[in-house]
Design a protein around this ligand. Structure first.
Ligand SMILES: C[S@@+](CC[C@H](N)C(=O)[O-])C[C@H]1O[C@@H](n2cnc3c(N)ncnc32)[C@H](O)[C@@H]1O
Ligand code: SF4
Length: 462
């Protein structure tokens, strides 16, 4: 597919980032760039010309037992059973009309990847998880047993009965948020949990026999040092997980930590950079490879086959992604769409209640949208590859867009070269240097379009 008309991409000299910690760019554009339409396009129109043979299914479960102080994900705590049950009723109705919209093209529909995220999908009971799997299989037509399928869990909710359901239905990857194996650090992050509870959950996860176990850790917590981070890294390594994610701590508006976090920015940046380098080197020495700033995979495990597509964990933008559940995003080549979402408690509750009360017919149309164009697709492609250790394949970009990445983004790549964040030894792949990877969260935003920046700036956090 060559470009038919020249695209205006150059947005002036980018400002050199002052901090490495600006934004985790795992999907472009961010949900804050989406806007609500009164009467959005029909899903059947949106999907009519898409590739339907290799779709991904993402289900967002907006429920948790507790609200961690650092977390700005779209989730409600302590939802009673009548709410989770009504949520699943609605998800079934949404699945039904979504499936009909996909089938309206007359072509065959196939899912090749699936993920349940949140929130905490295992907040649902074993019976509710069974129901959710039934909806995915019988209504959406996803063959969960046949595809890589990832589910997020937490220490308190990774119970034997829930894990048994997920294992029996064919989950291939379970990802657990641990954050820190040190109780005081977990408390400092407002994530009250006990190490014994974490170890118990990991025992049950291993007993359930999922092919891939992922453990999330956070660095940059108050009082965390290399020595204390090492305690968590080694405690995680003791389980020989196929994957470890190392997340730098972010403190975002409306989260529990935002009211009490008064760290000196420069010192905090230095702490996070130091801990990043320490954690990275420790995991590389322990036989892991790094695939992006946050992701480390154990070498030589069968997991490598299953997880060769890095996006199994969360989102897959290359093929179309179909989202179900409130807060889930869907990606077609022309439009990204989602429902409303929020962080603050009253807004979260209202949005979940509204979702539950949504008349079925309304699910036939996209609600909150971002219209993609040729320029945005170029930016999305750059971000998708440049921030991974495999790098951005120049020929792949040229094949899709008919130009070179450095032709389209001269100032951005010039800045990366000047900073020595781009490997000079490569000509076929644009690859970040190790130092560049440390700054990945600052490099990503350099490639945002003015349209996305404006929309994100004018978005009001709620
Ligand atoms: C959906 S949660 C994981 C599953 C589960 N809800 C749990 O917490 O155990 C995804 C992960 O994102 C990371 N995360 C979320 N918010 C973060 C923040 N503000 N700073 C750093 N990491 C964050 C945490 O490591 C968390 O485990
Ligand atoms: S980190 Fe996990 S358990 Fe904590 S509030 Fe966020 S999604 Fe829920």
């Amino acid at each position: 597919m060559a470009a038919s008309a020249p695209v205006q991409l150059f947005s002036g000299r980018p400002v050199s980032p002052e901090t490495p910690y600006q934004q985790y760019v795992y999907v472009y554009p961010h949900q804050k760039a989406y806007r609500r339409l009164e009467s959005g396009p029909l899903l059947s129109e949106l999907w009519r010309h898409e590739q339907l043979g290799s779709l991904s299914l993402y289900v967002h479960i907006p429920f948790c037992e507790m609200r961690c102080g650092f977390c700005n994900l779209f989730t409600r705590t302590g939802a009673p059973e009548d709410v989770t049950s009504a949520f699943l009723d609605t998800l079934g109705r949404q699945a039904q009309v979504t499936r009909e919209a996909l089938e309206a093209s007359g072509r065959s529909v196939r899912f090749q990847l699936s993920a349940f995220g949140g929130g905490t999908p295992t907040y649902l009971t074993a019976a509710e998880l069974t129901r959710l799997c039934d909806i995915c299989e019988n209504v959406m037509g996803a063959d969960l047993r046949a595809v890589p399928w990832s589910v997020e869990t937490s220490p308190a909710t990774a119970t034997a009965d829930r894990l048994a359901v997920l294992a029996e239905r064919g989950a291939t990857r379970l990802s657990i948020g641990v954050q820190s194996f040190i109780d005081e650090e977990a408390r400092a992050a407002v994530r009250p949990q006990k190490r014994a509870e974490v170890e118990g959950a990991l025992t049950r996860l291993r007993e359930a026999g999922f092919p891939i176990l992922n453990i999330d850790l956070i660095y940059g917590i108050d009082g965390q040092t290399e020595a204390s981070f090492r305690v968590s890294l080694d405690a995680a390594l003791a389980w020989e997980p196929e994957e470890i994610y190392l997340y730098p701590l972010y403190v975002r508006p409306l989260t529990g930590l935002s009211t009490r976090h008064d760290k000196d920015r420069r010192q905090w940046d230095e702490q996070r950079l130091r801990l990043y380098r320490y954690g990275r080197d420790h995991l590389l020495a322990a036989g892991y490879e790094q695939t992006s700033m946050r992701v480390f995979r154990r070498l030589g495990t069968p997991a490598d086959d299953l997880a060769e597509d890095t996006s199994i964990s969360e989102y897959n933008q290359q093929a179309g992604m179909v989202g179900l559940g409130v807060g889930a995003r869907s990606f077609t080549s022309a439009l990204h769409y989602t429902t409303d979402y929020a962080v603050a408690v009253p807004e979260v509750r209202r949005i979940i209640d509204d979702y539950i009360a949504t008349p079925t017919e309304e699910f036939r149309r996209a609600q909150w949208v971002f219209r993609m164009d040729d320029g945005e697709r170029r930016r999305m492609y750059v971000l998708q590859w440049l921030l991974e250790t495999v790098g951005l394949p120049v020929a792949g970009y040229r094949g899709l867009f008919g130009t070179e990445p450095e032709e389209d983004f001269p100032a951005e790549f010039a800045l990366l070269r000047e900073k020595r964040w781009l490997d000079d030894g490569e000509s076929t792949v644009l690859r970040l240097t190790p130092e560049g990877m440390a700054w990945a969260d600052a490099i990503g935003p350099l490639f945002f379009s003015p349209r996305v920046n404006d929309a994100m700036t004018s978005y009001l956090d709620k």
